[in-house]
Ligand binder design. Structure first.
Ligand code: GLP
Length: 272
């Protein structure tokens, strides 16, 4: 870990503040590569929960580089993505299916049958059984060992928008207007992003044995503060991360900008 990084315990979550985003991405890639390596050496498989959005792109870039350098293998891994737009074609420029191929799947040795992304191209009549099967497949794989998570600016995790409850499961949801706006750039200028999505539920996410959440930049500072120090409430779905476990095994990696409203608050409350 970078020498300048500091780790605080805030409301039960291990918060590590890095000097910059690069250092945080490198530490996250180290964590994932370390887990892959440890399990491979012991002849065990590993189940990763994967995220999309701008936040994890640098982590995937680092993992791909390490794979090309023969330092890391995904041959014994199985992955489950958090979410996908609905309805959307698998090859649509904005689809998370395509995103994962572009940033990770096409460049590493993760077996084809072991990469799972919710299928946003199914008709509504097939959706309920697909989403139930998705939960069943996570259980059949033995549960998620490490879930990677970004934070939406409105506090969403996966596509669990404000209002999502602690016991929610993988399901079809309606996206918040600010989420559609925030992700508009992933879609061609002449198309509108879908207004619905399928997402692992909050209960599904919290069943992961370990969670590594990340947030970078000024725009995330307010939601980081609310997540850690505000009430635990469906209004800020990420606040439920404080209810992981027991034992609570959640890391939040931040750069200085995303942590900027936190240091004052932790000093005031005497936590950390
Ligand atoms: C997206 C995804 C989330 C992601 C979040 C943050 O809409 N559904 O899984 O973590 O919003 O996005 P970004 O990393 O681009 O800030």
């Amino acid at each position: 870990m970078a020498e300048s990084a500091r780790t605080l315990n805030v409301s039960g979550i291990r918060v590590t503040i890095f000097s910059d985003r690069d250092a945080a991405e490198a530490a996250a890639a180290d964590r994932i590569a370390g887990l892959l390596d440890d399990r491979r050496m012991r002849g065990l498989s590993v189940v990763l929960g994967l995220a999309t959005g701008r936040t994890p792109i640098g982590i995937y870039r680092r993992l791909v580089a390490r794979h090309r350098a023969r330092e890391v293998s995904f041959a014994h891994a199985e992955t489950f993505n958090l979410d996908e737009y609905w309805p959307i074609g698998l090859q649509d420029p904005g689809s998370f299916h395509r995103f994962m191929h572009e940033h990770l799947f096409d460049h590493v040795d993760l077996p084809r049958g072991k990469r799972h992304v919710p299928n946003g191209s199914l008709p509504v009549s097939a959706l309920a059984s697909h989403l139930a099967d998705y939960e069943a497949a996570i259980r059949a794989a033995g549960g998620i060992d490490l879930q990677i998570l970004g934070l939406g600016r409105n506090g969403h995790i996966g596509f669990n928008e404000p209002g999502s409850t602690r016991d929610s499961r993988t399901r079809l949801v309606v996206l918040a207007a600010e989420t559609i706006e925030a992700n508009r750039a992933s879609f061609p200028a002449d198309t509108s992003p879908p207004s619905r999505a399928v997402t692992m539920g909050i209960a599904t996410i919290l069943e992961s044995r370990r969670i590594l959440a990340l947030a970078f930049g000024d725009a995330k500072a307010e939601i980081v503060e609310k997540t850690l120090l505000g009430p635990i409430s469906p209004e800020v779905p990420a606040s439920f991360l404080r209810e992981h476990g027991p034992p609570c095994d959640v890391d939040l990696f931040l750069d200085e900008a995303a942590a900027s409203r936190l240091s004052a608050a932790t000093d005031r409350s005497g936590r950390g």
